[in-house]
Design a protein around this ligand. Structure first.
Ligand code: NAP
Length: 530
């Protein structure tokens, strides 16, 4: 047990916490990063399941704050696999000598603000205490695992692995009977890889998902050279697109094109692979008829790939495409052509129970040796409310957000002075390329702290009117288009009992950045300083 005092305490040593530490150090802030894991990497530290890889192209899913770093680092594949991303995080930690200011294996349980001293005291589960003027939650949007509420889950006698808490040692499925519960991105990435080893694979699917081929391949050295020859401009161009991703986004309407033109465009995008598939036309997420055309196209592909028509039908999503996060796959649908892979639809009749030896569904026991849980995360708010955060007058963040979160710009909350969140609810976060978004947030927070330091301000707090105005605007924007018509983790719909409030900001990265810049330029409009 120890108690130490800092200028800033950051929770989380993923990409956000690492960059925060680097920037804060540069400005002379005495900073401590506290991390529950045993090393840096965040998402890529925890999500080690087979097949895990990023769904943004490697040349874009990387830091840009240091030109030498981005020039020197070489990615090996179009979409980096998890081990390479973790290696990259480790490389950045080494290069900027970050680990000496990070305390690993320490999970923060509570944080209390003392108004008299304008300081936070954070307490870890091991009893260590950290006192700091400023406190930043850099805990990620998808980091608190969501466990399904299934009777007997804990009774399974064999190994149970959650994709978001995967063990560090290699898991060998050779000759095993394996069940996977969940068919989101984690399930869709891991199922084809597990199928390569397993003797029998039972996939329990509640809602089918749309998956677009990744066409992953070794990184083209010509492309790499081209990007690196103008990396800064490339990054600037990316930031001008709504998701902050360099890609080919069209502005035309799908319904203005002929069926033949649409088919050709969708084929071209399918062959190119990746998330820019949904950039085929500008109105796909705003017009139901347009969305139907692209959803029908993907369903057609599923029926083409999957040989058994009944299985193909079960795999065809009925909801709109893009309502949930699009999945990027490698051989996902084709996996179901293998005889030892079985799809069990548990939409209408949910899994009844887990027994010591089986998953019970439809009155049958599917006998298994290994259970894989791919049921995702308590997204956006889960990692924030996991810590008992008490602000002014003992304001309790968990209680405050019981009916859904609210924030000013996804960066700060009224009654929680000197607390910042990186990519919190109300920021574009998961609708964008997370790395540049993290850098934008970190730069904004650090610039704000430097501004305060110059003026000898000791406290900053979001004003209630500013928070309300931002949150109202954010909620208004989320209603434009089709996004909210689907149950998704964006809405908190995947966690039983969680309030349904749309969490990521849907107004686009450029609009959001402009607002942040205006706020800063106006002397941090909407914030009160003490
Ligand atoms: P997810 O998208 O929330 O998927 C969870 C899956 O579990 C869904 O199919 C869900 O069905 C199912 N499920 C939950 N409870 C169940 C139950 N009781 N019985 C049966 N099925 C149940 O989680 P995820 O796959 O971990 O992905 C979450 C997000 O993380 C992604 O959307 C993405 O943003 C990110 N991610 C990205 C990558 C990548 O490509 N780089 C990889 C993994 C994750 P319902 O849909 O019916 O709820």
């Amino acid at each position: 047990m120890s108690e130490r005092e800092y200028d800033v305490v950051v929770v989380g040593a993923g990409f956000a916490g690492m960059y925060l530490l680097h920037r804060l150090r540069g400005l002379g802030f005495k900073t401590r990063v506290v991390e529950a894991g045993s090393d840096v990497g965040g998402t890529w530290y925890w999500n080690r399941y087979p097949g895990a890889r990023v769904d943004i192209e490697s040349m874009q899913y990387s830091y840009q704050f240091d030109e030498d770093l981005q020039q020197e680092w070489q990615w090996s594949e179009r979409y980096s696999p998890q081990p390479e991303l973790l290696k990259y995080a480790g490389h950045v930690a080494d290069r900027f000598d970050l680990r000496r200011d990070i305390q690993f294996d320490t999970r923060i349980g509570s944080a209390r603000y003392d108004e008299a001293t304008s300081r936070w005291t954070l307490e870890a589960e091991n009893g260590d205490r950290f006192v700091a003027r400023f406190f930043v939650m850099a805990t990620g949007c998808l980091s608190k695992p969501n466990w399904p509420q299934i009777e007997g889950l804990g009774s399974f006698a064999g190994p149970t692995y959650h994709t978001a808490l995967w063990p560090h040692e290699k898991v060998d499925f050779t000759g095993q009977r394996v069940a996977v519960i969940g068919t989101g991105s984690s399930g869709i990435q891991s199922i084809p890889v597990i199928a390569e080893q397993a003797a029998e694979l039972f996939v329990f699917q509640r809602t089918p998902n749309y998956a677009i081929p990744a066409h992953n391949q070794p990184l083209d050295p010509v492309y790499e050279k081209k990007v690196k020859s103008r990396y800064a401009e490339f990054r600037t161009e990316a930031k001008q697109t709504p998701p902050g991703i360099h890609g080919r986004f069209r502005v035309g309407n799908a319904m203005d094109a002929t069926p033949k033109q649409r088919q050709a465009e969708y084929e071209r995008r399918w062959d190119a692979g990746g998330l820019s598939f949904m950039g085929s036309y500008g109105d796909l997420m705003f017009n139901q008829d347009s969305n139907d055309t692209v959803a029908d196209f993907v369903r057609g592909k599923i029926r083409e790939i999957v040989k058994d028509p009944d299985v193909a039908e079960k795999l065809c999503p009925k909801n709109i495409i893009g309502g949930k996060r699009l999945c990027i796959d490698t051989s996902y649908y084709a996996t179901y052509n293998q005889e030892h892979v079985h799809l069990i639809d548990v939409k209408e009749r949910p899994i009844e129970a887990i027994t010591p030896t089986s998953v019970r569904a439809h009155g049958r026991d599917y006998e298994i040796d290994v259970l894989v849980i791919a049921t995702g995360f308590d997204a956006m708010t889960g990692a924030l409310t996991a810590v008992d955060i008490r602000g002014k007058d003992d304001a309790n963040l968990r209680e405050r957000w019981a009916d859904g979160p609210s924030s000013y710009l996804g960066l700060a909350m009224t009654d929680f002075p000197n607390l910042f969140t990186v990519t919190g609810p109300g920021s574009p976060s998961v609708f964008t390329n997370m790395l540049p978004t993290i850098e934008q947030h970190v730069d904004w927070i650090v610039d704000c702290l430097a501004y305060m330091k110059d003026r000898n301000y000791t406290a900053i707090e979001a004003e209630p009117d500013a928070e309300k105005a931002w949150w109202d605007h954010h909620q208004e924007v989320s209603k434009i288009g089709l996004k909210t018509t689907t149950d998704s983790w964006y809405l908190g719909a995947n966690v039983e009992g969680k309030a349904r409030v749309f969490m990521p900001y849907y107004g686009g990265f450029p609009t959001y950045c402009q607002k942040c810049e205006e706020v800063a330029a106006g002397g941090y409009e909407g914030f009160a300083f003490g």
